[in-house]
Design a protein around this ligand. Structure first.
Ligand SMILES: [Zn+2]
Length: 258
């Protein structure tokens, strides 16, 4: 456990350094601006997309989403931060991965996850959000997805999961926000945790403006129980890791809850 933790911290530092000073073809910093949007392949037909925004007082913030090509279907999880970056993201996908509209699913209603929804709607993609996410988006001045998945009350034991292609979406309960969902690809065992899951290099819960800190730890436990085979865990704001990231996030949430 300790050895694994050390490896993840070391790996996390390396990846964080690469992330903040990208030198790849698509990661060169724009002059005087944020680094360019970038794609990173992490498994067969699975990529992370990375975009950057400067948010004071924190400075430059990386946000990650996921791209999965499933035969003749493309599923993208989360937009880039902005409409401009999302234009670039969809162009890169067209050029390098899949030519044609796909389906975009945001994992909660904040700008890092759905700030580019106008762009995706305009390109005639299918855009699909959890009902709570579309409701929150409207309240926060974000453009909602065109379609929504109805809210099933998970506390009453109703279904809280749905599929798009081979990707399984799951609402585990409130944490980072009331509406946050996660996504799982059973083929590659990649679990996209979004902002609900904290990277190993972070020792805080990040932005908690809309969080339910008391519920957060149990919500992550539900994610762990729902996807016992998940091996690669991807947070929004840092390096991918193993299942240690679930334990790390539970520990942070319990500490924050006092
Ligand atoms: Zn958020």
């Amino acid at each position: 456990m300790i050895r694994n933790l050390t490896l993840w911290i070391f790996g996390g530092l390396l990846l964080a350094a690469c992330t903040l000073a990208p030198t790849s073809q698509h990661g060169l910093a724009q002059e005087g601006g944020n680094p360019d949007l970038a794609l990173e392949k992490i498994a067969e037909d699975v990529w992370i997309h990375k975009s950057y925004e400067t948010i004071e007082p924190w400075g430059l913030i990386l946000s990650q989403g996921l791209i999965v090509k499933d035969d003749n279907e493309l599923i993208v999880i989360d937009t880039a931060w902005s409409n401009a970056d999302t234009e670039r993201l969809l162009d890169l996908i067209d050029e390098q991965i899949f030519n044609g509209p796909g389906t975009l699913v945001p994992t909660h209603a904040h700008a890092d996850k759905m700030g580019g929804m106008d762009t995706v709607n305009k390109r005639n993609w299918v855009t699909l959000a959890f009902e709570l996410t579309n409701e929150a988006a409207t309240k926060r001045g974000l453009t909602p997805a065109r379609d929504s998945v109805p809210y099933f009350d998970y506390q009453r034991g109703g279904p809280a999961s749905w599929e798009v292609g081979r990707i399984q979406f799951f609402y585990p309960g409130p944490g980072h926000t009331r509406d946050n969902i996660v996504a799982y690809d059973p083929k590659t065992k990649v679990l996209f945790g979004g902002c609900l899951i904290r990277p190993d290099e972070s020792n805080s819960l990040g932005s908690t403006a809309d969080a339910d800190i008391a519920a957060w730890a149990d919500t992550v436990r539900r994610v762990a129980a729902e996807f016992p085979d998940a091996e690669i865990i991807i947070p929004s704001h840092g390096a991918p890791g193993g299942r240690d990231l679930l334990d790390h996030t539970i520990a942070l949430a319990e500490a924050a809850n006092g």
